[in-house]
Design a protein around this ligand. Structure first.
Ligand code: PMP
Length: 365
């Protein structure tokens, strides 16, 4: 029986503006794979106030494998199953800078496959450790360009070829990756903005799956009203390609991991013409935003998420007051904390000076 006292205690709760997802988790979900996707869309309050716009970010760090790449990992494996490329007890092989591998390792454990990951040896120790803890066979290889046969992707392809009942999921050029975002991320953003109440979507690309898939869905669904924009780190060729048609590197390398590209992948290719423009984001802006998001929003996210948010705020300034710009928080900072929160590392990259005095208290390592 609900007593009068209980009823009056519940009343203020009911009136509070809790974010109730229309997508929701009304019922149980089926295993790890059932928990992928349906992430909250977070309004970044301070940046929204500052720009007079709505800066909204999809919280992909809340995915069960901890990153945006869970979605692609799931679609890559499901497609291989549907095409009969892998049978029970088989092996999934991939070349990845980390997050796709982590997503795949989770999906493989939950479905009973073996997982072999080739990765460039420049990636953070945290990601390598996590992959191994998830049971993946991790093979760090020298970081060489894509046109070198020893590039991690080609090594992954050759190894899968040499095994029976194994698939190279090929995240860069297999459009099952992009499809994951056409089918899940794009529609979620549409629904979470009350039927497409947004002006633009912007994010960085690694494989291009997120940017291409979401842009395709939102531009088509809105009849071209919603714009898609690229945010690009130093060392990538895509900024110049989108802005002036030249496949030309802009700047040297970046502290960001998992983003920036030296070529147009098959995931990006079909939709690159849909992009309205690109913003180049220096590392100084990305690192500063890592610390601002922590201090102002209580969000502990990696450098690619921070880069995306900086670019979303810049784009919102261009679009003007009242505009709405959506981006993604690709993963948490846990995977990079030994670097991003280390004084010595920040100094070695010349980035410590871009963290204002009042935020230096967060540099604890
Ligand atoms: N951020 C991080 C941290 C990533 O690992 C990746 C994927 N490599 C991305 C962003 C980019 O995602 P996508 O591959 O869909 O372009």
């Amino acid at each position: 029986m609900v007593t009068a006292a209980l009823r009056s205690a519940l009343r203020p709760l009911a009136r509070r503006a809790y974010a109730t997802s229309t997508l929701g988790f009304a019922r149980e979900v089926e295993g790890f794979v059932g928990a992928v996707g349906n992430t909250p869309l977070i309004r970044l309050n301070r940046l929204s106030e500052e720009t007079g716009a709505n800066i909204l970010a999809k919280a992909e760090f809340m995915s069960p494998g901890g990153s945006i790449k869970d979605r692609a990992a799931l679609y890559l494996v499901q497609e291989a199953e549907e095409k009969g490329l892998i049978r029970p007890g088989g092996t999934v092989v991939e070349g990845t800078a980390g997050n796709t591998g982590i997503g795949l390792a989770h999906v493989c454990r939950s479905k009973g496959y073996n997982c072999v990951i080739y990765m460039p040896d420049t990636q953070s120790q945290e990601k390598i450790d996590l992959l191994r803890m998830l049971g993946a066979d991790v093979r760090p290889v020298p970081a060489v360009a894509f046109d070198n046969p020893m590039n991690y992707n080609h090594q992954a392809a050759r190894f899968a070829e040499s095994l029976d009942n194994a698939v190279w999921t090929n995240q860069f050029d297999n459009i099952a990756n992009r499809n994951a975002h056409i089918v899940t991320t794009g529609p979620e953003i549409w629904e979470q903005t009350n039927g497409g109440n947004l002006d633009a979507f912007i994010c960085a690309t690694g494989t291009g799956g997120t940017l291409a898939g979401v842009t395709r869905y939102l531009t088509e669904k809105s009849g071209g009203r919603v714009e898609g924009w690229l945010a690009d780190p130093p060392g990538s060729v895509l900024y110049n390609l989108v802005e002036n048609g030249k496949l030309q590197r802009e700047g040297a390398g970046s502290i960001t991991e998992g983003i920036g590209q030296g070529r147009v992948t098959s995931n990006l290719k079909p939709d690159i013409h849909l992009l309205t423009g690109a913003l180049h984001v220096p590392d100084s802006a990305s690192i500063n935003m890592v610390y601002r998001l922590l201090d102002e929003e209580g969000l502990y996210v990696g450098a690619s998420s921070a880069l995306n948010v900086w670019a979303a705020a810049e784009l919102a300034k261009r679009k003007g007051k009242g505009s709405t710009v959506v981006t993604v928080l690709c993963d948490g900072a846990y995977r990079y904390q030994a670097r991003l929160f280390s004084r010595v590392w920040l100094e070695s990259k010349g980035l410590l000076q871009h963290i204002p005095d009042k935020l230096q208290k967060y540099v604890v390592l």
